[in-house]
Ligand binder design. Structure first.
Ligand SMILES: Cc1ncc(COP(=O)(O)O)c(C=O)c1O
Length: 348
């Protein structure tokens, strides 16, 4: 969802964008107004993310999945190996893309728990001098989250898919060579990726076609191909909203409160089952089950009638899931918690 303020502001700007005489869907990407919009967005995001000068911020097309491919297209030479921590569906998908470029070694996996845990860091077996180590900070579908980044061997650097938790908590940027996130969770609507890349890693380590090279996009200030102007406006509005609502620190505190509220209901219930144990639990995606699949269907149906939408789980697994992205207010999570309690009482 998007916050009401963001939706209202965007809607007004569809028909009239500043003094352009045009709506945002018509504004040319070479106009001064778009230059300003783009620069403001970068400044806002750099501030929010507290990016050090050592790291570049790119706004690229293609969501996170394009980064699954672009990262190895720059940094995985055919004769080398990159290490992947296999913590879920998207972590596996990232490794599958990398395998098209070079060697992929799964240094640790939680597949044995059907990805309802985070792979144990202590038992990770890294390859010799991996090109990089890739992990997924929050696993959106099963509802697990790394409490802190894994510790890669000193000889290499960390790459992180932070699609579902960037801006929901602080990231230690300096510990990462690259962090990327798709745009449709905490950053607006689909289609873009934010890419935070250490300056010295912008240059590809292997031959890369111009479009695939990070250096090309950095030199073109993220506008090598025509940027999606209106999607970038939504991104800017979300960044402004995040600042106005207390920044990343407040978002992290709210994530804590919102998730504690729901885990509290689950842990005190003999009706629902939380699918993830405490040390591995996500503060963003809370996964749970009701006693039968019929009750889960009814839960979703009645929740929708009460204005609580989107509580279905990952489509292949079929559990229930509450996604508490930043735009989901504490009040609406309180309403969900009340609904869950009363549904359990009524259905017993
Ligand atoms: C952790 C994670 N990585 C990657 C993706 C894929 O993002 P996109 O479809 O925008 O490429 C998603 C999902 O939406 C996700 O949750």
């Amino acid at each position: 969802m998007l916050p009401d303020d963001v939706l209202a502001s965007y809607t007004a700007q569809i028909t009239s964008y500043k003094e352009s005489g045009l709506g945002i869907l018509e504004l040319g990407h070479r106009t001064k107004l778009f230059e300003e919009l783009f620069d403001d967005t970068i400044h806002l995001l750099r501030d929010l993310l507290q990016l050090p000068d050592t790291h570049e911020l790119l706004i690229l097309h293609g969501g996170a999945r394009f980064q699954f491919s672009m990262l190895p297209a720059n940094h995985l030479p055919a004769a080398r190996t990159a290490d992947y921590l296999e913590s879920g569906h998207f972590a596996k998908a990232a490794a599958a893309e990398a395998a098209a470029y070079g060697g992929v070694h799964v240094a640790a996996s939680s597949s044995e728990s059907a990805f309802f845990t985070i792979p144990e860091s202590a038992s990770a077996h890294y390859s010799t001098e991996p090109a990089y180590v890739h992990y997924t900070s929050n696993n959106t579908e099963m509802g697990t989250q790394y409490e802190r980044p894994p510790l890669p061997p000193d000889s290499t650097w960390l790459a992180c898919d932070a699609s579902s938790d960037l801006l929901t908590r602080a990231f230690d940027i300096k510990r990462h060579g690259c962090i990327y996130a798709t745009s449709h969770k905490n950053l607006g609507t689909a289609g873009l990726a934010l890419v935070i890349m250490r300056q010295d890693l912008l240059t590809p380590l292997r031959h890369a076609a111009p479009f695939m090279a990070y250096a090309t996009h950095a030199a073109a200030r993220s506008r090598f191909n025509t940027p999606p102007v209106s999607t970038i406006l939504v991104l800017k509005l979300m960044a402004e909203w995040t600042v106005a609502n207390g920044g990343v620190e407040r978002m992290a505190a709210l994530s804590e409160l919102k998730s504690e509220l729901l885990y509290g209901v689950l842990d005190h219930s003999d009706f629902y089952t939380a699918l993830v144990h405490p040390p591995h639990r996500s503060k963003v995606n809370i996964t749970f089950r009701a006693p039968t699949s019929e009750l889960e269907e009814r839960f979703q149906h009645e929740a929708e009638e009460a204005g609580l939408v989107g509580l279905w789980g990952y489509r292949k697994v079929g559990h229930l899931r509450a996604s508490l992205f930043n735009a989901v207010s504490l009040e609406s999570v309180e309403r969900l918690a009340d609904f869950m309690t009363s549904f359990a009482r009524r259905s017993r």
